[in-house]
Design a binder for this molecule. Structure first.
Ligand code: ATP
Ligand code: MG
Length: 411
């Protein structure tokens, strides 16, 4: 097989697909900046430990999806599979605890060795947010409403449902774990091999299994909400009340758990039925223990990340750039003049397609091909008097215009 092709599960992004992704990222940035979030860019690779220790050593990501390699200095490095661990690493190593709360957003490529399918790639793009230093449910409400507003700004609110659950605090989690283990042991023989191993090391993970046999067992497992203590229950109620207040519709899904170890209290996903098995377009939750676990102070955190490719696939219609103006010189002697006119129009803010070569007929065809809405035609006789022809390419109407009135005329 020739090596001159892309690696399985990776894609070249250009044209419409790239424009759609850019639209998603730009819509997200616009919304989260209104909430006071600032962009951060962390490195694409980190020491392997940053992920291996903090995402959970039985998580799918750590057990089978990470791209790890040894560099020439013998360090074990990993291409980031998600954004939170790197951002929290930076939060700690840059000393950002001094100035809480900290609100950060990021976007960029993530890498996971998965079985490629529609909406599941080995290199994919996430946009995510992290809010550090707020323990109260206001943070949860704000962060979820921000996700909703973002989805709405893309016109996708009709395609997506907010699902939410609470994993409670440590005490609730431990209580639930006991019940779950007892239940799973009764159904030990029905579990997948992976889940039998999880039962020993991290039974909660079984709830998140994608294997059919596990799903059948999980369907009748005890419900998380029955193990929540009073504090956790009140916290969750406050979050739901806030969403009600803002008119954000949600569905409490008692089966919702997230695949990583660091979550507590609120977890949520925005899901669609339009992408088959890859239906989660945005996912997040509270991670109050993570900063401390990574060696920082006791700092609460909550965040989400969305799959930019999955959201792009939901966008209908084309994302197009503004239509250009075509600048067309008639004859070589006015080529320089055409350059000047193009430069003037571009500096005035227009998109301009400069015509490079060919006779006038070919150039006009080209102008239509790039979907220009007007053509500025520069002839050698007229230009001597500083006059050009402005043609409306939709109506076909044309008129002569003094060069210094051109911008006025285009408006
Ligand atoms: P899934 O259950 O689909 O594997 P996940 O729980 O592993 O998702 P997260 O780690 O929560 O996903 O990542 C957040 C979002 O990033 C997902 O909801 C999804 O939209 C997107 N995403 C995750 N993995 C991929 C991938 N391999 N290809 C494309 N998008 C992905
Ligand atoms: Mg996954």
């Amino acid at each position: 097989m020739s090596k001159m092709q892309n690696v399985r599960g990776t894609y070249d992004l250009y044209g419409e697909a790239k424009r759609k992704m850019k639209k998603v990222i730009s819509a997200a940035s616009t919304v989260v900046e209104k909430y006071g979030f600032e962009e951060i860019e962390t490195p694409i690779f980190e020491f392997t430990e940053v992920f291996a220790r903090n995402l959970g050593d039985t998580s799918d990501i750590v057990t089978k999806e990470m791209y790890c390699f040894e560099d020439r200095g013998g360090e074990s490095l990993t291409l980031r599979p998600e954004g939170t661990a790197g951002v929290v690493r930076s939060f700690i190593s840059e000393g950002m605890q001094q100035n809480l709360p900290v609100k950060l957003y990021y976007s960029g490529p993530m890498f996971r060795y998965e079985r490629p399918q529609k909406g599941r790639q080995r290199q994919f793009t996430q946009f995510g947010v992290e809010l550090l230093g707020v323990e109260t449910p206001q943070a949860d409400i704000e962060v979820i409403s921000m996700a909703y507003e973002f989805i709405e700004s893309l016109g996708l609110q009709g395609n997506v449902v907010v699902e939410i659950n609470s994993l409670g605090d440590n005490e609730s989690r431990n209580a639930y774990r006991k019940q779950l283990v007892a239940y799973l042991k009764e159904h030990y023989d029905e579990l997948s091999e992976d889940s039998k191993a999880r039962l020993e090391r991290n039974p909660l993970r079984v709830l998140d299994s994608k294997e059919e046999c596990d799903k059948n067992v999980v369907a009748n497992a005890p419900l998380y909400q029955d193990s929540l203590n009073e504090t956790s229950r009140q916290f969750f109620q406050a979050v739901l009340k806030g969403l009600d207040l803002l008119g954000i519709k949600y569905r409490v899904n008692n089966r919702l758990v997230r695949g990583l170890d660091y979550y507590s209290h609120t977890v949520f996903e925005l899901v669609t039925d339009k992408l088959g098995a890859q239906g989660t377009v945005l996912a997040g939750g509270r991670y109050d223990g993570l900063v401390e676990q990574m060696g920082g102070g006791k700092v609460a955190g909550i965040g989400w990340a969305c799959g930019v490719e999955r959201l792009s696939m939901l966008l209908e219609g084309n994302v197009s750039l503004p239509r250009p103006i075509a600048v067309i010189p008639v004859g070589e002697d006015v080529a320089d003049k055409a350059l000047e006119v193009s430069y003037m129009l571009r500096r005035a803010g227009y998109r301009v397609e400069q015509s490079y070569s060919g006779n006038i007929k070919k150039r006009m065809i080209k102008a239509n091909k790039v979907n220009a809405y007007k053509a500025v035609i520069i002839g050698s006789e007229e230009i001597a008097d500083n006059i050009v022809t402005l043609k409306d390419l939709d109506s076909g109407e044309q008129k002569t215009v003094a060069l210094d009135k051109l911008i006025e005329e285009i408006n």
